[in-house]
Design a protein around this ligand. Structure first.
Ligand code: ATP
Ligand code: MG
Length: 787
């Protein structure tokens, strides 16, 4: 163990070997927080603590796996295996499975993924006859999710008139009814959604003191990574479990709190010292990940936030290259810049694809990057898209399996009752749903007892329903003896799924078949893997739980060499030698949705800090002057975040010209456009033509010398200038705006200023917008153009 402890610096060693009591490590990015957690677990074990008594909660399952491997290298494989390690969701799903009956759930409860939840919410909205343009499925789901994460149960909802009022104000007065129906239907289907895994754990721990005691005694040592992003529900679980022994160690960085929109509460980290007695606070200051340039640039960014804990981050690493800032004309050009830079750097420095990551604010941005990487034959992988298990064909197979262990599972049943087609129409299914709701039974039970019901269904359809019941029951019998692989293989054949997919000879159809084969291979692996563990059962329920909670970030196979593409949110905790942060444009990053209050803007800035601090050796910031958004080419201004970085750390290039001048660079060879993207066309003499309908690109022409990087340039309209009192970040008005001005707002459109009030940074304007009525806007955030 000593040998390993010498791999830590002094500041890291202190929290690592602080064995007992509550402690918090607050430190900036790349300073070794995760490393401390890892070594601390190994240390605890070397001190005789049983791995069964250690619970470690991480942000991804992949992180948990990596930590386990590292620990295994120190203390040995057989010991490390017994650690409780994983995400909140995966750990508590396991516990809930053990305790399910206490809460009235079947042991084999289903975990609904977000697709299932969306489908159920969609059907409820339809069944209730509500307007689906007002009750948008995703918005309803996120509302329900936020209730659950704040522990607002259906009953609590109806007892709180403010909540009802808030929903009524948001033109969704039926929100509570949908919430109730959704919760009832999940319960009836023996299903928990992701948020339930936390909510029900809380319920379990509060309602059953003996259960709480059991897990308090089991988890004598608790460790939490990325503590700044825990939500209220997670906070309460940790608090309850650690209450007895108080051996709780959390690590985090308030500057990297980026999930407020999903209910994460930065106060959890800020208040930790108040929650426990005699908390030991540790700070780490040395960054081991990044170059001096990157660390200093990141510090200069986060300095702009008002709400933050004071922290020092420095590094002994090399100076490194300056951060490259690149401007492109369009998002297509941006993609080509990224691809050509990766290509050249790989060649020049003998690097692998996996040394590069491209990070963006929104998933939609990946398309332009993908197009360009494909042209260069650079392998890439998009994280956070549809995971393998959410693909149609896979979900079809999985749905059969879900039905086998939990026939009440409504979403699984609806998915496969008529797939492959067996003559059970949508009307029949609708009737079954209504009947099931009426009888307060599952659809499957209604089908089983169809003769005892008063359902008007003709005898032909009845026998088809009975056949389906018999089919599923025969699988259930098989499940008693066969392993997961044998069962799934049998199901795909006898349900007609394989036959159905084989009919489709298109490339997509072939891919579907390959995916099913891949799924079966994965199951074989799972079965073999479980055989090695003496007391494991390799049960179908366990397999399905893994499936429901796996993200594609988790399933990444280390040996595959590809460029990683992902949103910044997903990149938290990760590191890459070369990182591109793309789409650094106002209204995209910072996002237009997040510029209404200072705290929203500060969260965007933290997100930028997270992005920049993923880079080890080199960071690139790119922006385009125009970009396709919602199918239209729109003008864009460079992000304020670029100009917030101290200029000494930046290398501001004008690559558009350089590419034109240097014939070795890519424009002539690779700058061509793929047939399905309407982008700028570059002819062989490198003169840029615009495709017919493209809007005028206002900023510079290829032939002229381009100015160096300039922040926001006003366009036709006069942007009201900032007084500069608090730097470039806030658009402070200095009295130029007066009542009577007609202004244009990014989101609200055109409006008339009614009055101006307040002083300094609190100046507000009351504006009557044509479309949305009167609004009061804080001028330091509102982006207004005076017309
Ligand atoms: P983040 O805030 O991004 O989650 P972190 O604080 O968790 O970062 P780690 O990921 O633990 O930081 O460490 C960053 C990098 O520095 C890792 O590659 C880690 O192995 C390395 N590192 C940390 N401490 C040391 C050390 N004492 N000696 C050598 N390398 C170290
Ligand atoms: Mg970390």
């Amino acid at each position: 163990m000593e040998k390993y402890l010498s791999q830590l610096n002094e500041a890291q060693l202190a929290p690592t070997i602080q064995k007992d009591g509550p402690m918090i490590v607050i430190a900036g990015a790349g300073s070794g927080k995760t490393r401390v957690l890892t070594y601390r677990i190994a240390y605890l074990m070397s001190q005789g603590i049983d791995p069964f008594n250690i619970l470690s909660l991480t942000f991804t399952n992949k992180a948990a796996r990596e930590m386990k491997e590292r620990i295994a290298a120190i203390v040995g494989q057989s010991e490390a295996r017994n650690l409780w390690m994983g995400t909140f969701h995966s750990i508590f799903a396991k516990i809930l499975r053990i305790e399910a009956d206490k809460l009235g759930y079947p042991t084999n409860f289903t975990i609904y993924d977000s697709q299932d939840s969306d489908k159920l919410i969609g059907s409820i909205i339809r069944e209730m006859g509500l307007d689906k343009d007002i009750y948008k499925t995703k918005q309803v789901r996120s509302r329900i999710s936020s209730y659950k994460n704040s522990l607002i149960t259906v009953r609590a909802y109806f007892q709180n008139p403010e909540l009802k009022e808030a929903d009524a104000m948001a033109r969704r007065p039926k929100m509570g009814d949908i919430y109730k129906e959704y919760v009832d239907r999940c319960f009836k289907a023996g299903a928990m959604d992701f948020d339930d895994l936390l909510l029900k754990t809380n319920e379990l721990l509060t309602r059953f003191p003996e259960v709480l005691m059991k897990y308090q005694n089991r988890f004598r040592y608790i460790l939490v990574d990325e503590y700044q992003d825990t939500n209220h529900s997670q906070y309460l679980i940790v608090r309850a479990l650690s209450d007895k022994f108080q051996n709780i160690c959390v690590v985090g960085d308030d500057a990297q709190s980026i999930y407020a929109f999903r209910g994460a509460n930065i106060n959890n980290i800020l208040n930790f010292q108040k929650d426990y007695d005699n908390v030991k606070l540790f700070r780490l200051e040395q960054n081991y990940r990044s170059t001096k340039n990157i660390v200093n640039a990141a510090n200069s960014i986060i300095d702009k936030n008002q709400t933050k804990l004071d922290k020092v981050v420095w590094t002994a690493n090399d100076e490194g290259g300056k951060i490259v800032v690149n401007r492109s004309l369009t998002d297509g050009d941006e993609g080509r810049f990224v691809a050509s830079t990766i290509w050249e750097t790989k060649m020049n420095e003998q690097l692998e694809n996996k040394d590069f990551a491209v990070l963006y604010r929104t998933n939609a941005q990946s398309r332009a990057i993908e197009d360009a990487l494909r042209k260069r034959d650079i392998p890439y992988k998009i994280y956070g898209g549809l995971s393998f298990y959410q693909r149609k064909e896979i979900k079809d197979v999985i749905s059969y399996l879900r039905l086998i262990i939990n026939p009440a599972d409504e979403e699984a049943l609806k998915r496969v009752i008529n797939f492959p087609p067996r003559g059970i129409g949508a009307t029949t299914v609708d009737r079954l749903v209504v009947a099931a709701n009426g009888y307060k039974r599952s659809i499957f039970e209604v089908m089983k007892n169809i003769d005892k019901t008063e359902l008007k269904i003709n005898s032909g359809t009845k026998s088809k329903l009975q056949d389906f019941v018999t089919l599923i029951e025969s699988y259930q019998v098989m499940n008693e003896n066969a392993d997961v692989f044998e069962l799934a293989e049998h199901v795909t054949r006898t349900s007609g799924l394989i036959k159905e997919f084989k009919k489709d000879a298109t490339p997509e159809g072939v891919t579907r078949m390959e995916n099913i084969e891949e799924l079966l291979n994965g199951m074989k692996d799972f079965v073999e893997g479980q055989k090695e563990v003496a007391d494991a059962t390799a049960s179908l329920a366990e397999f399905l739980e893994d499936v429901a909670l796996s993200s594609d970030l988790d399933s990444d196979k280390e040996d595959v060499d590809h460029v990683a593409l992902m949103t910044i949110h997903l990149a938290k905790g990760l590191e890459f030698p070369h990182v591109f942060i793309v789409g650094l444009e106002e209204d995209l990053f910072p996002s237009a949705m997040s510029m209404n209050t200072r705290s929203e803007l500060e969260e965007e800035r933290r997100l930028f800090y997270v992005a920049l601090t993923r880079a080890e050796k080199q960071a690139y910031l790119t922006y385009a002057l125009s970009r396709y958004r919602w199918g239209k080419l729109v003008d864009a201004d460079p992000s304020r975040f670029i100009s917030e970085i101290d200029e000494q750390y930046l290398d501001i290039t004008t690559p558009i010209e350089e590419r034109r001048i240097n014939p070795m660079l890519d424009a002539d060879i690779f700058g061509d456009v793929s047939p399905n993207t309407k982008r700028n066309v570059v002819s062989s003499n490198n003169i840029r033509f615009k495709p017919a309908k493209q809007v005028e690109l206002k900023k510079g022409s290829p032939a002229k010398e381009q100015p160096k990087f300039q922040p926001t340039v006003p366009k036709k309209l006069t942007r009201v200038e900032s007084s500069g009192a608090s730097g470039q970040e806030a658009n402070l008005f200095d009295g130029k705006l007066v009542a009577g001005n007609i202004v244009n707002h990014m989101r609200f459109g055109k409006g008339e200023v009614l009055k101006i009030e307040g002083v300094g940074s609190d100046v507000k304007a009351e504006i009557k917008f044509q479309q949305v009525g009167v609004k009061k806007l804080l001028l330091r955030f509102a982006k207004l153009d005076v017309i």
